[in-house]
Design a binder for this molecule. Structure first.
Ligand SMILES: NC(=O)C1=CN([C@@H]2O[C@H](COP(=O)(O)OP(=O)(O)OC[C@H]3O[C@@H](n4cnc5c(N)ncnc54)[C@H](OP(=O)(O)O)[C@@H]3O)[C@@H](O)[C@H]2O)C=CC1
Ligand SMILES: O=C(O)C1=N[C@H](C(=O)O)C[C@H](O)C1
Length: 270
């Protein structure tokens, strides 16, 4: 009996899913059990005894996929973005009924992107102004990107904790969209351009200086080490984990308080 992790990919024929199929097939400690596309039956996951499903589909598909997985005790490693609070709550409810099952939702599996979010969080309280610009290929369904939304949320949380004043902005008249999306008081701008893959800049400003953090994903293979890390860790991480950093920075990840299972298992990250 092989002790390899039995892994399926949902969205297997997509830009990310096809990369994930290759990565799982190349991993010595994993066995690809299923490569499913739109319309394929999720029952294949149970008939192949899948342990972990990687979801790289679409905002309109991911919750139904996960409700099936969690309902059958199949762990999820989710890259699909476009999440809302209401949909996260539905996922938490499903996890409540399956206490041994883990789901990781990572808006970005790129190590550099995770570090960008961490560095932005650390820098946030030192600057009067901050805005986020994300830049992607023109096939992307959601805007702003999940990474940019999470980056802005982490920045806003850090600024709140530090007691920072609202950002200066004298705008009194603007065309719709001119100041970007407002994510907890942080403007987020989305560029869609042929020739791009996935890129983000965080711009901090104060008197006499601008501090910019930039990350560029040049191809989708760059996300795969993070995807495989998620697969290897999720089996021993019950409940909902938000963000790959909880598996990357073990020394800093909040311990799962005993018996603090939220719905089902401790939830890490907001
Ligand atoms: N976390 C991360 O690091 C990253 C996350 N992403 C996210 O991953 C998602 C996919 O991105 P990308 O690969 O570019 O998108 P693509 O459109 O290239 O791929 C999505 C694939 O999923 C398929 N699909 C849709 N619904 C289902 C379903 N219910 N079951 C199975 N397959 C389904 C689509 O089929 P069809 O072609 O028929 O529509 C398509 O083949 C997006 O949400 C994106 O934001 C992307 C890059 C990195
Ligand atoms: O759609 C993409 O391509 C990407 N989506 C993710 C997001 O929405 O943050 C991650 C990365 O930016 C690529």
């Amino acid at each position: 009996m092989s002790n390899r992790i039995r892994v399926a990919v949902l969205g297997a024929r997509g830009r990310m899913g096809s990369e994930a199929v290759k990565a799982v097939e190349a991993a010595a400690d994993m066995e690809l059990t299923a490569a499913l596309g739109r319309g394929d039956s999720l029952d294949t996951l149970t008939s192949t005894d899948t342990q972990v499903a990687i979801d790289l589909t679409h905002p309109d598909s991911v919750l139904k996929n996960l409700e099936f997985c969690v309902g059958h005790g199949i762990h999820g490693v989710v890259g699909t973005t476009g999440w809302s609070g209401e949909r996260l709550d539905r996922l938490r409810d499903k996890l409540a009924a399956s206490p041994g099952t883990g789901v990781l939702i990572a808006p970005n599996f790129g190590i550099g992107a995770v570090l960008t979010m961490r560095f932005a969080q650390q820098a946030a309280r030192f600057f009067e102004s901050v805005e986020v610009v994300e830049l992607h290929h023109p096939h992307k369904a959601d805007a702003p990107s999940g990474t940019a939304v999470r980056t802005a949320q982490l920045i806003a949380e850090a600024r709140r904790s530090a007691g920072c004043a609202p950002q200066p902005d004298a705008t009194s008249t603007a065309l719709d969209g001119a100041r970007g999306a407002d994510v907890d008081g942080v403007p987020v701008h989305a560029v869609r351009l042929r020739g791009l893959v996935a890129h983000q800049e965080v711009l901090f400003g104060d008197e006499g200086e601008v501090f910019t953090i930039r990350h560029d994903s040049m191809n989708r293979g760059s996300f795969m080490p993070g995807v495989l890390l998620g697969v290897r860790r999720i089996i021993s991480a019950p409940g909902l984990t938000m963000g790959l950093e909880h598996f990357l920075f073990d020394d800093e990840a909040p311990a799962a308080p005993a018996g603090s299972a939220g719905a089902s298992g401790a939830e890490q990250g907001s």
